[in-house]
Write a protein that binds this ligand. Structure first.
Ligand code: AVI
Length: 335
């Protein structure tokens, strides 16, 4: 239980939707219809993350083959203090905070150095945001927490100028790898736009590496990633009154060496017809036809540094692990 004072220092706000109510009603399921009428067929990755999907993702992060989470955590363990030293007192804004597990490594570093800081976790899931904010408030008594419930777009569009000496927006886990090239470019532009001169941006990216390591990470031996991928169909069944039979699909993850990205598919085991009743959408699938559910881009460090620099986000320091599998790039906005 939080005390009265602790409760006053913890605020959770809901960000305004960017679209009007009328538009959002009309566009209900529109992204599904558009994705499934493209060639190849696609389902937007956001449909991974219902409650069971989010839990499966937490399990993926613990898998022996899935190195990104562990590797990024090891980098933070080693260099969080240095990051806190470089930025000094600041407002920490985390995009896609989830359970804020890795964040604690950063918060600990600021706490230990007696640097003042405020923490703003941003996530679409109100439940997980509230739970982790309450837990954090109990563990870091003097910490001011202002959680924002909303998408990255809403958060970046509605973020108010900070009254703190500096702000550091951070985006961990190589989630940026799930953006298309265009969305990636727009996202960096937006970060730059909302950052004042001298503000920081900390970005976690998964680096290019041999195909065998990458494919193992997305085809784990326990089948958790397969369950995560297939769960998307269960989510669609639930949300749009669909009749996908999960037994008639197979998980596939391949590394596209030309595009430098993992591509995750659901392959139809037989010719089948699907109907999503609440959006009146019929889908015809051929045997072995594949639906793209996710791309996970793998980055070249030098190229990424240049891209950041071209957005007025100057890399100050790069932190990486001994294998150079993952990197955290600390940038400073130079306006
Ligand atoms: C959330 N994102 C960074 C993960 C990734 O590695 O691209 C999602 C994931 N998909 C399958 N395994 C993990």
């Amino acid at each position: 239980m939080l005390t009265q004072l602790q409760t006053e220092q913890l605020r959770i706000e809901y960000l305004q939707p960017l679209e009007t109510k009328k538009e959002s009603k009309d566009s209900w399921g529109q992204d599904i219809k558009e994705g499934l009428t493209q060639c190849p067929k696609k389902i937007p990755s956001k449909y991974f993350y219902d409650d069971p999907g989010s839990q499966l993702f937490e399990q993926i992060c613990e898998l022996p083959e899935y190195y990104p989470t562990r590797t990024e955590a090891s980098i933070l363990r080693e260099y969080a203090e240095e990051i806190a030293e470089i930025t000094g007192t600041c407002e920490l804004v985390e995009l896609g905070s989830g359970s804020s597990t890795k964040t604690r490594l950063l918060l600990d570093a600021y706490h230990q150095q007696n640097e003042l800081f405020k923490y703003m976790p941003i996530d679409v899931s109100a439940g997980i945001l509230r739970e982790s904010a309450i837990q954090l408030k109990q563990d870091y008594n003097s910490l001011q927490i202002q959680g924002l419930v909303g998408t990255y777009d809403q958060a970046l569009t509605q973020l108010q100028p900070t009254s703190w000496p500096a702000r550091m927006i951070f985006f961990l886990g190589s989630s940026i790898g799930n953006f298309s090239e265009t969305d990636y470019d727009n996202f960096l532009g937006k970060i730059s736009e909302v950052s004042g001169n001298g503000d920081y941006f900390l970005l976690g990216i998964d680096l290019q590496k041999p195909k065998s390591i990458l494919e193992a990470a997305y085809n784990d031996s326990q089948g958790v990633t397969a369950a995560f991928n297939l769960n998307m169909l269960a989510h669609l069944n639930h949300k749009f009154q669909g009749n996908f039979d999960l037994n008639h699909f197979k998980h596939q993850a391949i590394y596209n060496e030309e595009e430098k990205q993992i591509e995750m598919y659901l392959s139809s085991e037989e010719a089948q017809n699907i109907y999503l009743k609440s959006i009146d959408f019929k889908l015809e699938l051929k045997k072995e036809e594949k639906i793209l559910t996710e791309i996970s881009r793998k980055f070249d460090l030098e190229k990424t540094k240049h891209q950041l620099e071209s957005k007025q986000l100057k890399p100050v320091k790069v932190f990486t692990d001994k294998n150079k599998w993952f990197a955290l790039i600390l940038c400073q906005a130079v306006k």
